[in-house]
Design a protein around this ligand. Structure first.
Ligand code: HT7
Ligand code: ZN
Length: 866
C-alpha cells in the first residue's frame, strides 16, 4: 500500500481534453471503448503517459490509430512513447459489472447498471488519468438490451437514441461542461420517472426528473419538491442558477454512501430519496430534503469549481454541507425551528466528529496523507469542514460571505482548486474584516487536527461596573487557532445585557464589557460559533438562569445538556449509582410544562446526551458504567415526571393528514419521547396500561413516525408486547426493504439489558432477510450494534469484539469501503477501561493478522494499532 502525501502533489504530465466513450453493456462482460484527445502539459517536463486502471481486461491501445507499446505495472498502464504533439488515444477494455460487489465503478443492482466513480471508481471502468484536476468534455454512447434496460442515461444532454440488432438499442449523451472523471455516470435500467418542468429566475426552462423502480414512483414527490426548493434557494441566496436544461436524479438500492453529485445525473441511495408517510419517518423526510439539496448544491460547489486533488476534499464537502445546513434552516422558517436544526447538527458533530478528532483516525480538515482516500470521507472533512465555513461567515458577516462566494466563482469557475483559493477569495472580498487580518492563523483550522479546548472565566467588578472575561485555548500543544466566540451577557433576572463577537486568536486573552450594572451570567459560544470543547465553569445556578432566560435557543438547550451531563459524569466518576436531585428534575419539569416553548425544543432538551459524547468527556471509558448512569437518569425522569409525560403525550396528538413540517414533526417527536418514558416507567411499576396504549398506537398509526415511535417505546423498554409488535411489523412491511432496514436497526440499537440486545443481533445476522452484500442492510444491523449501541457492543466477555472482527473480515471480501467504515468502531479502543481494552486490542490484532486485507481496512487497523 502506498502512502499518498499532500506535499507531493504534482500537476499531470498530460491533459485529456475530450473523451468519447462507448459501452456495450452486459452484466458479465461489458465492452468499453474510450477515444481521447490528449495533449502534453507543457508546464511539466517530459514523462510517460501513466493511466490508472483496476480490475480491467485490456484489449488494445492505439495512438493516432496505430498500436503502441506499453507496459502494465500493478494498477498503472504506462506508455513511454507518447508523442509531444496532441494525439488521439484509443483504449478498448472489458469489465465485469455483475462481479463488482465493491459498488465502485460500473456495477449491477436490481437488474440494472449503475456507476459510482468518486473518488477513484472511474479507473475500474476504463484506463484514464483518474484524478480530479484532469477535466474533459464527455460524449457517451450506451448500447444495451432494450427490454431489460429501457432507460439509458448519462451526463448532460441527450443527442440521439435508436434501435440496434438483436433487441438492443442505444442512446448518445453529451455533457458540454468539462469535468473530472469522478463526476462521470451512467445508468441503464428498467426505471420510471417523475417529471417536472420549472422556470428559473432568469427565465430558463429546465426539466427535472426523478428515476426509480416502477413501484416506487409515489415515493418521489418529496424528493422532487426538495429539488425544486433547492433550485430556488441557490438562486436566491447565492445567485447560483441551474446550468443544465435537464437535471436527473436516480435511485438505487445498493450504494455505499447517501448519494452522488454526478454532473446532471445525481445517483441516490434509495434510503436518501424515497419517502411516503407510510414508510418514512420525519427524520427520513428531513434527511432526504438535505441530501437532495446537498447533491444539487454540489453542481456549483464541487462540479463547476472542483478540487485540485483529494486532499482538498473539504473544499467541496465542507462548503456543500454548510450550504445544505443553511438551506435546511431557511426551509425550517421560524427562529426556533432554525435553532432546532442547529442543535441537531451540533449533536451529530459531537457524536461523530469529536470522537474522530480524538481517536486513531484523527486528521486535519485538509488531510496531509492517506493510503485509501475512501477512508477520508469523514465527519472531520464534512461536518468540521462545514463548521470552518460557518466561522468564515461569522467573521465576515452574511453579506461579506456572499460577496466572498461571488468572488470565488468569478475567479475559479471551470477550475480545479484548493482550500487556500477559497480562503483567499473570502478574505479578499472582505478587506479589513476580522478574517482578513488573521487569515494565516485562521487557516490552522485546515492543518491542525483535534478539538480545541476553550476555558472561560469571568470577573465582575461592581465598583467599575465592568465584566472581564478571560478566554484561553489549547489543542495538544499546537499553535492558537482563530476562535469566534459569540458572547451574550444575561442578568440573573433574565435581562439581555450585551451580545458581542469576541475573536480569540491567542493562547489567552481578556475582554472587558463596560456599564454592566450587576454580575451577569455569560452565555458563550452562542449558536455554537466554533467547534470547540468549552469549559465555562458555570455553576448549576448559572446554567439554570441560561436554561430559563437565554435569548439564544442553542445555549438554552446547551444548559439542559450540561445539567444532565454534570450529573451523569459525577456518578460515573464516583462509581456510584446516579440519583437525580430535585433541582434538576424541577428544571426539566418546567421545560416540559412551559406554555411557550416548542415541542421540538422540549424533546431535544429532555433527551439526555448521547453515550458517545459522554464517553468523550472521560479519560478512561467504561461503556457499561455510562450506560447504567444514562439508564438510571431515564428511569428516574420517567417516574418523576410521569404526569407531565402523560400531559405532553395527550397534548401532542395530531389530527388530520400527515405533513413533515417542523412544527408537526416536533410534536410527534415529543409525543414519542413521552410514550417511551411512560412505557419505561410501566416496566418499573408493573402497569400494563401504557404498554397496551403503545401497542394500540403502533397498530393504528397512520404514518411511520408514530408507528416506529410506538414500536421503539416497546422494544427499548424490553416490554413483553415488543415481540408481537416486531413480528407484525415485519409481516406488514416485508415488501419494503427500507422499512425492513428500520426493523433490523431498531432491534440492534435497543438499549442493552442482560445481554439481550447483543444476542438478538447475532440471531438476526442469520435471518433470511439479512445480507452483508447490501450496504443499507449491513449498516442497519452490524453498524447499529458496533457504532451506535456501546453497551451492547462492549462486553466483558469480548463477544462483541469477536463478532466485529468476523464481520469486518467477511465484509472486506465483499465491499472494502463499507468494511473500512465498520472497522472504525474500534477507533477509540485505547481509552477503554479493562477488561475491554485488552480484549479490543486482541480483536484488532486478529484482523491485522489477515494477510489479504484491503487497503481500506488495513489503513484503519494500522492506525488503530500505531
Ligand atoms: N461526493 C459524494 C461522495 C460519495 C462517495 C465517496 C466514496 C465512495 C462512494 C461515494 N458515494 C458518494 C457524496 C457527497 O458528499 O455528496
Ligand atoms: Zn458532498
Amino acid at each position: 500500500a502506498t502512502l499518498i502525501r499532500r506535499e507531493d502533489y504534482a500537476a499531470p504530465a498530460f491533459w485529456i481534453r475530450t473523451v468519447d466513450l462507448s459501452f456495450d453493456l452486459d452484466p458479465a462482460k461489458t465492452l468499453v471503448t474510450s477515444k481521447m484527445q490528449v495533449e502534453r502539459n507543457t508546464a511539466v517536463a517530459h514523462g510517460p503517459l501513466v493511466l490508472h486502471g483496476e480490475e480491467l481486461n485490456l484489449l488494445r491501445v492505439l495512438i493516432n490509430g496505430e498500436s503502441v507499446s506499453f507496459r502494465q505495472d500493478g494498477h498503472l498502464l504506462i506508455i513511454e512513447g507518447a508523442p509531444d504533439a496532441d494525439f488521439a488515444l484509443e483504449i478498448r477494455n472489458t469489465c465485469a459489472p455483475e462481479k463488482n460487489t465493491a459498488l465502485s465503478g460500473l456495477y449491477t443492482s436490481g437488474g440494472g447498471f449503475f456507476t459510482q466513480c468518486e473518488a477513484e471508481g472511474f479507473r475500474r471502468i476504463t484506463y484514464f488519468l483518474d484524478r480530479p484536476d484532469v477535466m474533459a468534455v464527455y460524449t457517451v454512447t450506451l448500447r444495451a438490451d432494450k427490454k431489460k434496460y429501457p432507460v439509458l442515461l448519462s451526463n448532460g444532454n441527450l443527442l440521439e437514441t435508436g434501435e440496434l440488432d438483436n433487441g438492443r438499442h442505444f442512446a448518445k449523451w453529451h455533457d458540454p461542461f468539462p469535468k473530472p472523471s469522478y463526476l462521470f455516470a451512467l445508468v441503464a435500467a428498467d426505471l420510471v420517472a417523475r417529471e417536472q418542468r420549472v422556470k428559473s429566475r432568469s427565465g430558463k426552462d429546465h426539466l427535472l426528473q426523478v428515476y426509480v423502480r416502477r413501484g416506487d414512483l409515489e415515493k418521489t414527490e418529496h424528493a422532487m419538491n426538495s429539488l425544486i426548493a433547492s433550485l430556488v434557494w441557490d438562486e436566491a441566496r447565492f445567485g447560483l442558477p441551474l446550468d443544465l436544461e435537464r437535471f436527473m436524479v436516480v435511485g438505487v438500492s445498493d450504494f455505499n454512501m447517501g448519494a452522488m453529485e454526478n454532473k446532471g445525473l445525481n445517483i441516490f441511495n434509495t434510503s436518501a430519496l424515497l419517502a411516503s408517510p407510510a414508510t418514512a419517518t420525519d427524520a427520513d423526510f428531513s434527511r432526504i430534503e438535505s441530501i437532495v439539496a446537498h447533491e444539487y448544491f454540489h453542481n456549483w460547489t464541487g462540479n463547476r469549481v472542483t478540487c485540485r486533488d483529494w486532499f482538498q476534499l473539504s473544499l467541496k464537502e465542507g462548503l456543500t454541507v454548510f450550504r445544505d445546513q443553511e438551506f435546511s434552516m431557511d426551509m425550517a422558517g421560524t427562529p426556533s425551528a432554525r435553532a432546532v436544526c442547529r442543535i441537531q447538527d451540533v449533536r451529530s458533530l459531537r457524536a461523530m466528529q469529536f470522537p474522530e478528532d480524538g481517536g486513531a483516525m484523527a486528521h486535519p480538515v485538509r488531510p496531509d496523507q492517506y493510503v485509501e482516500i475512501n477512508n477520508f470521507y469523514t465527519a472531520t472533512v464534512y461536518e468540521k469542514g462545514s463548521e470552518v465555513v460557518r466561522m468564515y461567515q461569522t467573521l465576515v458577516g452574511r453579506a461579506g460571505f456572499e460577496a466572498g462566494m461571488k468572488l470565488y466563482f468569478e475567479r475559479h469557475d471551470g477550475q480545479a482548486v484548493t482550500c487556500d483559493d477559497f480562503a483567499a477569495a473570502i478574505a479578499d472580498a472582505n478587506p479589513g474584516s476580522a478574517l482578513a487580518s488573521r487569515l494565516d492563523a485562521f487557516k490552522r483550522w485546515y492543518s491542525q487536527p483535534g478539538t480545541p479546548r476553550v476555558q472561560a472565566r469571568g470577573h465582575y467588578d461592581a465598583a467599575t461596573q465592568t465584566y472581564t472575561l478571560t478566554l484561553s485555548q489549547s489543542n495538544k500543544g499546537q499553535a492558537p487557532q482563530v476562535i469566534p466566540v459569540v458572547t451574550g451577557l444575561v442578568g440573573h433576572d433574565g435581562t439581555a445585557l450585551a451580545e458581542q463577537l469576541l475573536v480569540l486568536d491567542a493562547a489567552e486573552q481578556s475582554f472587558t464589557f463596560e456599564n454592566i450594572a450587576a454580575e451577569p451570567v455569560p452565555s458563550l459560544l452562542r449558536g455554537f460559533s466554533a467547534p470547540v470543547l468549552l469549559d465555562d465553569g458555570l455553576s448549576d445556578a448559572e446554567l439554570l438562569v441560561l436554561l430559563k432566560h437565554d435569548a439564544d435557543a442553542f445555549n438554552r438547550w446547551e444548559a439542559s445538556q450540561r445539567l444532565a451531563l454534570n450529573r451523569i459524569l459525577a456518578a460515573v466518576r464516583a462509581g456510584q449509582p446516579l440519583v437525580l436531585d430535585a433541582a434538576y428534575v424541577e428544571a426539566m419539569r418546567s421545560v416540559l410544562r412551559h406554555p411557550e416553548l416548542d415541542a421540538a425544543f422540549k424533546e431535544l432538551a429532555l433527551t439526555l446526551p448521547g453515550e458517545a459524547y459522554i464517553a468523550e468527556q472521560l479519560e478512561v471509558v467504561d461503556p457499561q458504567a455510562i450506560h447504567a448512569a444514562v439508564e438510571a437518569a431515564q428511569i428516574q425522569l420517567a417516574q418523576a415526571l410521569r404526569e407531565d409525560w402523560i400531559a405532553a403525550f395527550e397534548a401532542n396528538q395530531i389530527q388530520g393528514g400527515y405533513t413533515p413540517d417542523p412544527v408537526s414533526a416536533g410534536r410527534r417527536a415529543l409525543a414519542n419521547l413521552a410514550l417511551s418514558m411512560l412505557v419505561l416507567d410501566a416496566q418499573r411499576s408493573g402497569d400494563t396500561v401504557w404498554p397496551g396504549r403503545a401497542y394500540q398506537r403502533f397498530k393504528d398509526a397512520t404514518n411511520m413516525t408514530d408507528r416506529l415511535g410506538a414500536l421503539a417505546a416497546l422494544v427499548n423498554a424490553h416490554a413483553e408486547l415488543a415481540e408481537s409488535a416486531l413480528s407484525r411489523f415485519h409481516a406488514q412491511f416485508k415488501g419494503e426493504p427500507l422499512v425492513i432496514d428500520k426493523w433490523f436497526a431498531l432491534q440492534a440499537r435497543a438499549p442493552e439489558r442482560e445481554g439481550k440486545s447483543f444476542a438478538r443481533v447475532k440471531q438476526l445476522a442469520m435471518h433470511a432477510d439479512f445480507s452483508l452484500k447490501n450496504p443499507n442492510r449491513a449498516r442497519s444491523l452490524i453498524f447499529s450494534l458496533a457504532l451506535f449501541n456501546p453497551a451492547a457492543f462492549h462486553r466483558a466477555d469480548a463477544a462483541g469484539y469477536v463478532f466485529w472482527a468476523d464481520q469486518v473480515l467477511a465484509l472486506d471480501g465483499i465491499n472494502p469501503q463499507v468494511a473500512g467504515r465498520l472497522a472504525r468502531a474500534m477507533d477509540r479502543w485505547t481509552t477503554l477501561a479493562e477488561p475491554y481494552r485488552s480484549a479490543a486490542r486482541e480483536a484488532i490484532a486478529r484482523v491485522a493478522a489477515k494477510a489479504e486485507l484491503s487497503n481500506d481496512v488495513r489503513e484503519i487497523i494500522e492506525r488503530q494499532l500505531a
